[in-house]
Design a protein around this ligand. Structure first.
Ligand SMILES: Cc1cc2nc3c(=O)[nH]c(=O)nc-3n(C[C@H](O)[C@H](O)[C@H](O)COP(=O)(O)OP(=O)(O)OC[C@H]3O[C@@H](n4cnc5c(N)ncnc54)[C@H](O)[C@@H]3O)c2cc1C
Length: 325
């Protein structure tokens, strides 16, 4: 049987790694526990409304990522968001420093889906075990037990705590490395309104109270449906209220929205991101050539969507260099 490279995690890091290996001629198989692709690049849809409840937008500073963004703009999976976020509670951000902000269209996961074109991707596969057999790596998952594929290498493209847990048996040293990188939570509320809120801005960074960010989802290109605002709590508040129930989180964040001048929501829902942001390192990626296990993700490359993409690309190149060397 032809051996493939297994990629665990179909967020932007895993898919960037997978696409680079695919383009170099490798057979790659991607697994994700979710029903769709994109990980934290995600859009929630309800009856008549939609909201980007994970990453709000992304920026591109590195030339390699800028090239990738040009490709996405070219194939229509990404658009520019002409937003001018207000800064509430401080005016530390100078206007001339405003970056170009990019979005997936029609939803945030569109660029992830574009990367995955032609790849073998298995969703609803929660990988729980990595077993090193004589013929290569075998995986098991929560849904089906042991899987039939044999893999020459394994790429773990997960938030650091999840990578640490998955690697505990297969590589205690990689597990320890991942466990040393803390990730930060974010409670998010999606608030549906009867009509557009007249706040004088369509997005804002907030520097006081429980909120960190709010945005009018309908102001983004390609979005439709009922008027909806995304309210994100700051990491400190989210950590302090991590185990609170969704109802009380909604009450607090909606009240903070109203104190900023927002109207009462007619309906709302909350999502707890246990691992939203990271205390990022600049390792780029990690590759253990002896075991044939690699790690990539935003937490290894400065954080954010750009860091995740660069980390996956970085790891794929390490794997390819090793083969050529
Ligand atoms: C609320 C919020 C706001 C953000 N705002 C911004 C922003 O404005 N700009 C920006 O650039 N970035 C932002 N980010 C961060 C950005 O989304 C991430 O940096 C980036 O998407 C991380 O990509 P990744 O591939 O490293 O990880 P992820 O996207 O987390 O991908 C990991 C994947 O692994 C899967 N997985 C986990 N465990 C398993 C398992 N056992 N088996 C199989 N699959 C598994 C998950 O389902 C997921 O799809 C935000 C994130 C959040 C949550």
């Amino acid at each position: 049987m032809r051996k493939s490279i297994a990629i665990i995690g179909a967020g932007i890091a895993g898919l960037s790694c997978a696409a680079t290996l695919r383009d170099a001629g490798h057979h790659v198989v991607v697994f994700d526990k979710g029903r769709g692709l994109g990980g934290r690049l995600s859009t929630r849809r309800g009856e008549g409304w939609q909201a980007d409840h994970g990453a709000q937008y992304f920026t591109a500073r590195h030339p390699l990522f800028q090239q990738q963004v040009q490709n996405w703009l070219g194939n229509g999976s990404v658009a520019i968001w002409q937003a001018h976020p207000a800064v509430l509670g401080s005016s530390q951000v100078p206007a001339h420093d405003a970056p170009v902000r990019y979005l997936g269209v029609p939803g945030m996961s569109a660029p992830a889906k574009a990367l995955a074109a032609g790849l073998e991707v298995h969703t609803s596969h929660t990988i729980q075990g990595l077993i090193h057999a004589a013929d290569g790596w075998r995986l098991s998952n929560a849904e089906h037990g042991q899987l039939s594929g044999i893999h020459s290498q394994v790429v773990v493209a997960l938030p650091s705590p999840q990578a640490a847990s998955l690697l505990a048996q297969a590589s205690p040293s990689l597990s320890t490395l991942a466990a040393a990188h803390r990730m930060l939570p974010c409670w998010t509320v999606m608030a549906q309104l009867e009509e557009p809120a007249q706040l004088g801005f369509e997005a804002a960074f907030v520097n006081s109270g429980p909120l960190r960010w709010l945005a009018r989802n309908n102001s983004k290109p390609g979005r439709s449906g009922q008027e909806c605002w995304v309210l994100q709590a700051n990491a400190h508040w989210s950590a302090a209220h991590l185990e609170d129930d969704a109802a009380s989180v909604k009450q607090t964040l909606l009240m903070a929205f109203e104190q900023l001048g927002g109207p009462p929501a007619v309906a709302s829902s909350a999502h707890r991101w246990r691992y939203a942001d990271c205390e990022a390192s600049n390792l780029g990626s990690v590759w253990d050539a002896t075991l044939g296990i690699g790690l990539c993700g935003d937490w290894l490359h400065g954080g954010k969507v750009e860091g995740a993409w660069l980390s996956g690309h970085h790891l794929a190149n390490k794997i390819l260099e090793r083969e050529q060397g």
